[in-house]
Design a protein around this ligand. Structure first.
Ligand code: NCD
Length: 308
């Protein structure tokens, strides 16, 4: 079963994955050893930089007793000009499941169409990042106990940021209200805003961060995606546009969560790290149980009801 966009999961399936991830927490933390994926091989195919996504998939697989192959451009025949199609033919024979990140939008779907094994999209250009969305939903549910009715502010590069493309879609489906804060050139693509609104999601757009955070339940900061700008001068105009510091949080709700898919550049000042609002490092850890749940699902492995 592939996971290319959030459309590949119904709300029920997404919730059931979050419940699975909850049950898998003791294994994710290393407190319990349960080799549910022994004998299985994951191929990590990263054609773009990654720290959390690649490593948390690797940890998830290893903590469940599976093995991991890592392909990177350096050291593979991609550098010699091998096509993605041909590379995927090999992976089909070497692994049971693959995770792919690629700079080209649509590449994960293309890879999935080329093989039999399940493929998970770990980011396709400015397209989608559904496995990140699941860990984001997991984190929000942990912090707020629900998703329905929350007021979520998505901040930064909403044009090129793939995390917010997938996340806004999921939040809308689960009944959250969205405030989209970005500079004019980095607004959420109009077709996404239109989809959100036509599915009944309450959406507001703004360029101002300060007024938006006072009534927020979650503030989701994102990095300006420098590598996707056709022109460096355009990047310079918006670099560092939104930053949060501890002193900006004086009038926010006491349980407001600050999230970030990371890496942060200068969007969240380290003075926030020690406050109760800082959720981004827990969020990064949550990649392990959610990706464990995803791996089990794509490999058709049942997770026991009680893990102790
Ligand atoms: C994000 C990505 O690759 O889209 N990182 C991640 O997976 N945690 C966010 C980013 O690079 O800004």
């Amino acid at each position: 079963m592939d996971l290319i966009t959030m459309d590949d999961l119904t709300n029920e399936e997404a919730i059931s994955l979050l419940d699975d991830a909850e049950r898998l927490l003791p294994i994710a933390r290393g407190d319990v050893h349960l080799p549910l994926l022994e004998g299985k091989v994951l191929a990590n195919l990263f054609f773009e930089n990654s720290t959390r996504t690649r490593l948390s998939f690797e940890t998830a697989m290893k903590r469940l007793g599976g093995e991991v192959l890592n392909l990177s451009e350096v050291g593979s025949s991609v550098k010699k000009g091998e096509t993605l199609y041909d590379t995927m033919q090999m992976i089909d024979g070497y692994a049971d499941v693959a995770v792919i990140r690629h700079p080209r939008q649509g590449a994960a779907q293309y890879a999935a169409d080329a093989v039999q094994i399940p493929i998970m999209n770990a980011g396709d250009g400015a397209g989608n990042h559904p496995t990140q969305t699941l860990l984001d939903l997991f984190t929000i549910r942990h912090g707020q106990g629900k998703i329905d009715g929350l007021n979520v502010v998505l901040v930064g590069d909403l044009r090129y940021g793939r995390t917010v493309h997938s996340l806004s879609h999921a939040l809308g489906r689960f009944g959250a209200s969205l405030t989209l804060v970005s500079p004019e050139p980095l607004k959420m693509p109009p077709e996404i805003v239109k989809d959100l609104k036509s599915s009944g999601c309450h959406v507001e757009e703004s360029e101002d961060l300060a007024p938006a955070i006072s009534s927020a339940d979650v503030v989701y900061m994102t990095r300006i995606q420098r590598e996707r700008f056709p022109d460096e001068a355009e990047y310079e105009k918006v670099a560092g546009i939104y930053t949060l510091k501890a002193e900006d949080l004086r009038s926010v709700q006491s349980d407001m969560m600050i999230m970030h898919p990371l890496p942060r550049v200068n969007e969240i000042h380290p003075s926030i790290d020690s406050t109760d609002h800082a959720w981004y490092f827990k969020q990064a850890f949550n990649g392990v149980p959610t990706r464990m749940a995803l791996l089990c699902r794509s490999l058709g492995i049942q997770i026991p009801e009680a893990i102790v």
